[in-house]
Write a protein that binds this ligand. Structure first.
Ligand code: TYD
Length: 142
C-alpha cells in the first residue's frame, strides 16, 4: 500500500439555490463499505492529530467545514494535502502514516472508515510502523 493508492475523490455535488448537497455511498464513491463515521471538531489552533497508521483500515477524510492539512507518509515519501471543500474526500488506504495539522477555526473533519474502532489495528509508534513495512516488503529496502 503506497502513497500512489491514496487520492482525492470528487464527490457528487447537487448545486441548488437553496444550498449545495453532497452524498457519499459506500462501495460506489468510496472503494470500501462504510462501517463507521467519526468527526473531529472544536480543534484548538495549533493542534495536531493523527500520528498513526492503520493495518487494515480504509478511510475517507472530508473537510466538512473550514480547512486543515493531512500529511500522508508511506515510509518512502510524504505528501501534504490541504482539504478545504466538502465535495472532495481524501482516500487513505491501509499502512499509511497520517498526521493532521493547520486546522482553521471552526474546522470539522469527517472520517468514513471501513471498520469499527479497533485499537489493535493501529501502529502508534513510527519506528514500529517502519519495521512492519520492512517485514511486508520481505526485508527489501523501503
Ligand atoms: P485517535 O484515532 O488516536 O485519534 P488521533 O490520532 O487524532 O488522536 O483517537 C483518539 C481517541 O479516541 C483514542 O483514545 C481512541 C478513541 N476513539 C474511539 O474510541 N473510537 C473511534 O472511532 C476513534 C476514531 C477514536
Amino acid at each position: 500500500m503506497k502513497l500512489s493508492h491514496c487520492r482525492i475523490i470528487d464527490l457528487p455535488k447537487i448545486a441548488d439555490p437553496r444550498g449545495n448537497l453532497t452524498f457519499i455511498e459506500g462501495g460506489r464513491h468510496v472503494p470500501f463499505d462504510i462501517q463507521r463515521v467519526y468527526y473531529l471538531y472544536d480543534t484548538p489552533g495549533g493542534a495536531e492529530r493523527g500520528g498513526h497508521a492503520h493495518k487494515a483500515l480504509h478511510q475517507l477524510i472530508v473537510a466538512m467545514s473550514g480547512s486543515f492539512d493531512v500529511i500522508l507518509d508511506d515510509g518512502t515519501g510524504k505528501k501534504r494535502y490541504h482539504l478545504n471543500r466538502s465535495y472532495f474526500g481524501l482516500y487513505v488506504c491501509p499502512m499509511i502514516w497520517r498526521e493532521l495539522d493547520n486546522f482553521s477555526s471552526g474546522a470539522v473533519c469527517l472520517v468514513l472508515a471501513s471498520n469499527l474502532y479497533d485499537e489493535s489495528d493501529y501502529y502508534r509508534d513510527y519506528q514500529e510502523y517502519l519495521k512492519a513495512l520492512r517485514q511486508v516488503s520481505g526485508g527489501a529496502p523501503l
